[in-house]
Design a protein around this ligand. Structure first.
Ligand SMILES: C[S@@+](CC[C@H](N)C(=O)[O-])C[C@H]1O[C@@H](n2cnc3c(N)ncnc32)[C@H](O)[C@@H]1O
Length: 460
């Protein structure tokens, strides 16, 4: 039965029915209407029209008009027995909404709280305020038992924590803290994607290395996991500094891109996307004046190509991608970040006939081996490259490569040269591409990926 249906009940029924509904949601008798009777009576006697807002593990919240709510809380654990003590700590800290206790007995507490606006979009500023609140309470020897962003709300620009009844003294089982802090960072970095998976799955993905968040943020989470309180306090300062920059974050499967809006829309890349950019950067730096045109082949969101274009305004970068939606994103990114020295190309890479001083084939060639022979792909590289090329390729053992090939342990004729780095180097050299550098690309925590890059020089 939907909650709005309760409105049809008499006022007397309302609170009791809601309690029943909440108990069904919690799958046990979380709230005992008999023990809470005096609190219920108090609410009925003192407030006019109330509507059910939400419930937590120990309280049920009703809106009274538009500006404030009244909370019916059970008081059967230590935390709530010491409520006044926690309340004093909370009120002394500016992040908690001032609260008035209107009724209290041994079993229940009823208090009023200002209503705050729900946080639906996580921004760097909101993350900073939540972290500050978390650290403040930690330094007092308390932690809110659940620091989820859902327990915070907004009044104007300011974040307030409203779940003060859930305070507990610091313990050393901080799994919940870690997960909740991760979730906040995840929302910040992966806004769109983060909402699609359950909290538990997102965290699992993170632990397996599939979810990208900034390096400093990872370090901070590791310290939280280790329960290293002294270090946590130090690391959080680095994060505040980063959050102060203000940024927009985009993440789509492969690339993690941040645009620092308050620093002339400077592009920052993270994780393996940054590592790949650094390979291109090194070639550009080592060959001053030699590289004027760049092809970012299968550019995904265009993060690598746009960053090259932004840092090298005299160069011209072509963003190629057969996937229109990704290319549309890359176009928006180039516009937002002022990269006028870019152009878009939606042709199938195999049909691109222009030549570039530097070509970047990051994580794309293995897709092409499905349709084109290895020799055709090599011919394509030679046709498109004037001076240097960076090729990133999965080698045998790479889980995604296996999926792509669709046979677990079987090498077909288009993939044989991906046996190992040595075989692939020989294959390139035999076909006239001299390998000047090779190494592995590390995808943090993804031990199932076996990715390597090869820097190739085209003989003039
Ligand atoms: C695994 S992603 C790699 C993205 C990017 N190069 C990176 O490493 O961050 C592969 C990209 O290649 C694009 N792609 C696949 N086949 C292509 C083709 N034949 N021509 C152009 N783009 C292609 C996909 O749309 C996707 O953006």
């Amino acid at each position: 039965m939907s909650v709005s249906k309760y409105i049809e009940y008499s006022y007397e029924m309302y609170i009791t029915e809601i309690i029943e509904y909440v108990n069904t949601q919690c799958k046990n008798i979380a709230f005992d209407a008999i023990l809470l009777k005096a609190g219920i009576e108090y609410i009925k006697a003192h407030y006019g029209n109330i509507t059910f807002k939400q419930h937590g593990g120990s309280c049920i919240c009703f809106c009274v008009g538009e500006d404030f709510c009244v909370k019916l809380c059970k008081r059967n654990n230590d935390t709530l027995k010491r409520f006044n003590h926690y309340l004093a700590i909370s009120i002394a800290n500016d992040l908690t909404v001032p609260t008035k206790i209107v009724y209290m007995d041994d079993n229940c507490i009823v208090y009023e709280q200002l209503l705050v606006e729900e946080i639906t979009k996580i921004t760097p500023d909101i993350v900073k305020q939540i972290l500050k609140s978390f650290h403040k309470y930690m330094s007092l020897g308390f932690k809110p038992s659940d620091i989820s962003y859902r327990n915070y709300g907004l009044m104007g620009e300011k974040v307030y924590m409203f779940d003060l009844h859930d305070f507990v003294e610091i313990d050393y089982d901080n799994t919940l803290n870690v997960k909740n802090i991760f979730r906040i960072f995840d929302m910040l970095f992966n806004q769109e994607r983060a909402s699609k998976l359950s909290d538990e799955n997102r965290y699992e993905h993170y632990v397996q290395g599939h979810s990208l968040i900034g390096k400093k943020y990872k370090k901070y989470i590791t310290k939280l996991q280790e329960n290293n309180l002294a270090d946590i306090n130090e690391y959080v300062l680095e994060i505040y500094e980063d959050l102060d920059k203000g940024f927009k974050s985009f993440h789509y499967d492969y690339q993690l891109i941040r645009v620092l809006e308050y620093e002339s829309n400077k592009i920052e890349l993270l994780g393996h996307t940054e590592d790949k950019y650094l390979l291109a950067k090194k070639i550009i730096q080592d060959n001053p004046g030699q590289i004027s045109t760049v092809l970012d082949a299968g550019c995904s969101l265009g993060g690598i190509g746009c960053k090259i274009a932004q840092r090298n305004p005299h160069m011209f970068v072509t963003l190629n991608n057969i996937t229109e939606s990704e290319l549309a994103f890359a176009e928006g990114l180039a516009q937002k970040t002022g990269c006028k020295n870019t152009s878009l190309d939606n042709t199938n890479l195999i049909n691109v006939n222009d030549k570039y001083d530097l070509t970047l084939y990051f994580a794309i060639l293995h897709h092409m081996f499905r349709q084109s022979s290895p020799v055709d792909v090599i011919e394509m590289i030679k046709r498109q490259t004037n001076k240097y090329s960076v090729i990133e390729i999965p080698l045998k053992g790479d889980t995604l490569l296996n999926l792509l090939m669709n046979h677990e342990d079987h090498w077909n004729s288009n993939f044989y040269m991906l046996e190992d780095a040595h075989t692939f180097t020989d294959f390139l050299q035999a076909n006239g591409l001299s390998v000047i550098e090779h190494n592995q690309i590390v995808y943090p925590n993804s031990s199932d990926l076996n990715r390597h890059y090869f820097i190739v020089r085209i003989a003039q």
